[in-house]
Design a binder for this molecule. Structure first.
Ligand SMILES: NC(=O)c1ccc[n+]([C@@H]2O[C@H](COP(=O)([O-])OP(=O)(O)OC[C@H]3O[C@@H](n4cnc5c(N)ncnc54)[C@H](O)[C@@H]3O)[C@@H](O)[C@H]2O)c1
Ligand SMILES: [Zn+2]
Length: 341
């Protein structure tokens, strides 16, 4: 078991890797607890949930909406929740984003914790205290910064994850290595075949490492003024792909990583050899690196990105494996590269 601490401005957070869902009660306060989950996660793992009132949302991105948030507020009120109540989110990134948002706004904020059940949620979505909701398909357009009290990463829960969702999580793991850890990138390259199937020992190492990378960056810049922007590698283009095509987050990020890497080669920041190594890993993991959609349509979605500031955007470029930079770029530059390469 490994514990990673994040000291936040308003509250601290503890990411506990290798702990079991069955033991979550040891981390809960002695107040009223309410659980938010999704129907699929409940069907697979509900027997291990502690016995508290539970609300299950429909699985999928559609639940990250103000409508579902409204339903949850009503439910909490009906169940007698108050300012001392604690909310526990058990599920993938959709559940953690939703739980974080509801807990941060209900009665101006109640304490909350997560048991992330997808690989993506364990290494990314549940770590760092950012949560967001989608509005008309635009990703994470409203949200808050607020740290969960704890994040319990039970590796065994990942055994029931569909293969596709499992590989989706790898897009974010690869992203973390590209931002800050060449050695981990090499570890993935070496163990790629073993990693394609569920292997709790290797996974625990990867989850620990990846969560540490994210925690370190969050610790340095909780409110995304500088360093944390690096975590958006592959996401500017990736979110636009997600919006335009409805592809999963992980797959869209994979397309976004290819775009950012190719752009970095064009700008002579990244060696072509390293671009090819990245393409190899993504291909091996069955993650897409191109799509048959007119880049003009993706660009249209991109210009509505929330991180846009006037007619320029912070774009994350690669300077090598394990080294990225934030570059202020005009939208015209991105458009030109997207359309002409
Ligand atoms: N807040 C952040 O910092 C942050 C970071 C990255 C991603 N995200 C968000 O996370 C979301 C993506 O997360 P996700 O990929 O976990 O999506 P998800 O929550 O939709 O889960 C993917 C699917 O896997 C199922 N599932 C989850 N755990 C399972 C298990 N153990 N066994 C079987 N099925 C299981 C879910 O029911 C769902 O159908 C996106 O909305 C993204 O915006 C947020
Ligand atoms: Zn992401």
């Amino acid at each position: 078991m490994e514990i990673v601490n994040i000291t936040g401005l308003n509250r601290d957070s503890e990411v506990i890797i290798g702990e079991l869902l069955d033991n979550v009660e040891n981390y809960l306060p002695k107040t009223q607890v309410f659980i938010i989950t999704d129907e699929k996660v409940k069907a697979y793992h509900g027997d291990k949930f502690p016995r508290f009132p539970t609300y299950s949302v429909e699985p999928g991105e559609g639940s990250k909406s103000l409508e579902v948030v409204g339903e949850l507020y009503y439910w909490l009120l009906e169940m007698g929740a108050d300012r001392k109540s604690f909310i526990l989110g058990i599920g993938g990134g959709v559940v953690s984003d939703l739980t974080g948002f509801v807990a941060s706004t209900f009665m101006r904020g109640v304490d909350f914790g997560f048991v992330p059940t997808s690989l993506l949620a364990q290494i990314d979505a549940s770590v760092g205290g950012k949560n967001g909701l989608n509005i008309s398909g635009y990703k994470n357009i409203v949200g808050t910064f607020n740290q969960p009290k704890f994040v319990i990463c039970d590796i065994n829960l990942l055994a029931t994850l569909p293969k596709e969702e499992y590989l989706n999580g790898f897009a974010e793991i690869v992203k973390h290595t590209l931002i800050a850890d060449m050695k981990m990138f090499e570890f993935i390259e070496k163990n790629i075949n073993a990693l394609k199937i569920f292997n709790p020992t290797l996974l625990e190492q990867l989850v620990t490492h990846s969560a540490k990378i994210k925690a370190k960056i969050v610790q340095a810049d909780e409110f995304e003024k500088g360093e944390r922007k690096k975590l958006n590698l592959g996401h500017t283009w990736g979110h636009a792909v997600e919006k335009e095509t409805g592809m999963s987050h992980g797959k869209s990020v994979s397309i976004g990583l290819e775009f950012a890497a190719r752009f970095s080669v064009k700008k002579e920041l990244l060696e072509r050899r390293d671009y090819m190594r990245l393409m190899n890993i993504l291909r091996e993991l069955n993650l897409p690196i191109c799509i048959k959609v007119n880049p003009k349509r993706i660009f249209e979605a991109l210009i509505k990105d929330k991180k846009k500031d006037g007619d320029s955007i912070d774009f994350i470029l690669m300077r090598g494996i394990g080294d990225v930079i934030v570059e202020r770029m005009t939208l015209d530059k991105i458009k030109e590269f997207a359309e002409r390469g």
